[in-house]
Write a protein that binds this ligand. Structure first.
Ligand SMILES: Nc1ncnc2c1ncn2[C@@H]1O[C@H](COP(=O)(O)OP(=O)(O)OP(=O)(O)O)[C@@H](O)[C@H]1O
Ligand SMILES: [Mg+2]
Length: 357
């Protein structure tokens, strides 16, 4: 309700001055900030209400709600990021160092994101957690094509890899295999053949594009944004299929039992024990100090316990047409296949002229 009433005033008029745009961006930034802890709050709520709502109902609700949340936040974050990188604002707030002209970023998108860098970053973050909790820090080895880069949202990739590493690190430690390295293989997908023309087997692409109407972004209530807006307003498929990558994470954590495999994608399913769950959601009794501090960022700093890591990670991966598949070798270890498509933008050429000499 609060977010809605904050945003409504902006819906009734067009933003047409720089000052108004700055004000709008500030509001967006506040909203993004306000809702950054939503996941752990929701998780705690559903945990408290678990006697009244079945796991299937919870998963159905959260799957839709959290996917919508990914989209809403991405749009807001993209607006904020573009705001800060746009030239007029740079001039207005001259205290900031001039943004590098060589930046590979377009808003929140990194057009040359290197998964190997994200993997190293997440290795160190998750290593900190396991070191704090268990006193050990499993190692990650990267093979395949570590120099591969593609266009994606760094925040999304970071979220997914962190969740997958938390699971693998925990499994290896609990299985007494913390000395074994976790193997990560980066495998760029081969180039796909050019897309075929009309009526071909082009995988169901519709050349007339996707209309605002199809997407549900037509506001019937206010009559704005009329459905009969010309076809030029439609979103058209890209000329070329975006490149993609598959990242395999292989651990020696003993695998996942067949009974657990069935429930992996349920929100709230975890094999972490109850006391630790309370710890993770910050609702443990008499532990307002350390416990609360370590759970500030939506439970991200605890090793496990919410049962949101896999389903939410998959929602992020699927957002741009990727996915997560789990292959458990029960009694030995687990392979996770994370596939991601590059987000559909052409590489910026300005990078070439601004490069090193
Ligand atoms: N690599 C793995 N090896 C063994 N078991 C795993 C692995 N990954 C997931 N699991 C099992 O699947 C369960 C669900 O994983 P998920 O990441 O969704 O939730 P979680 O780790 O329990 O909590 P969190 O929300 O903090 O991630 C885990 O509790 C664990 O039992
Ligand atoms: Mg997890």
């Amino acid at each position: 309700m609060h977010s809605l009433s904050t945003l409504l005033p902006f819906a009734s008029h067009t933003i047409d001055s720089l000052e108004e745009e700055i004000e709008f961006t500030q509001v967006m930034a506040d909203l993004v900030q306000t809702h950054s802890d939503t996941i752990s709050i929701l998780a705690r709520g559903f945990l408290e209400a678990r006697r009244y709502i079945s796991p299937a109902e919870v998963t159905r609700f959260l799957d839709e709600h959290l996917r919508a949340r990914i989209g809403t936040r991405l749009i807001a974050e993209q607006h904020i990021a573009l705001h800060f990188s746009s030239k007029p604002h740079n001039r207005l707030s001259s205290d900031k160092a001039p943004a590098s002209t060589e930046s590979s970023y377009i808003g929140a998108i990194d057009t040359s994101l290197r998964p190997a860098d994200t993997i190293r970053l997440c290795e160190s973050m998750v290593g900190d957690i396991t070191e704090y909790r268990y006193g050990v820090r499993p190692e990650v080895v990267i093979d395949g094509v570590p120099e591969y880069t593609f266009a994606h949202i760094p925040m999304h990739l970071e979220y997914i890899i962190t969740e997958l590493f938390k699971n693998s690190f925990r499994a290896q430690i609990e299985n007494g295999m913390e000395r074994e390295p976790i193997e990560v293989t980066i495998a760029p997908a081969p180039e796909e053949p050019e897309r075929r023309g009309h009526g071909g087997m082009g995988g169901g692409y519709r050349h007339e594009g996707i209309s605002n109407y199809d997407q549900g972004s037509v506001d019937f209530a206010s009559g704005a944004n009329k459905p009969e807006i010309s076809a030029s307003a439609n979103i058209r498929p890209l000329e070329k299929q975006t490149p993609g990558v598959t990242i395999r994470i292989r651990d020696r954590g003993g695998g996942i039992s067949p009974a657990v495999v069935e429930k992996l994608w349920d929100y709230g399913f975890t094999t972490f024990n109850e006391d630790e769950i309370n710890d993770a959601t910050g609702s443990g009794s008499g532990d307002g100090g350390m416990g609360a501090m370590y759970t500030q960022s939506g439970g991200a700093s605890s090793i496990a316990g919410l049962g949101y890591g896999l389903p939410l990670g998959r929602a992020y991966a699927e957002y741009f047409g990727g996915g997560i598949a789990v292959q458990s070798l029960w009694g030995w270890g687990t392979d996770i296949y994370l596939s991601l498509r590059g987000v559909g933008i052409d590489k910026i050429d300005s990078k070439k002229d601004g490069g090193h000499d």
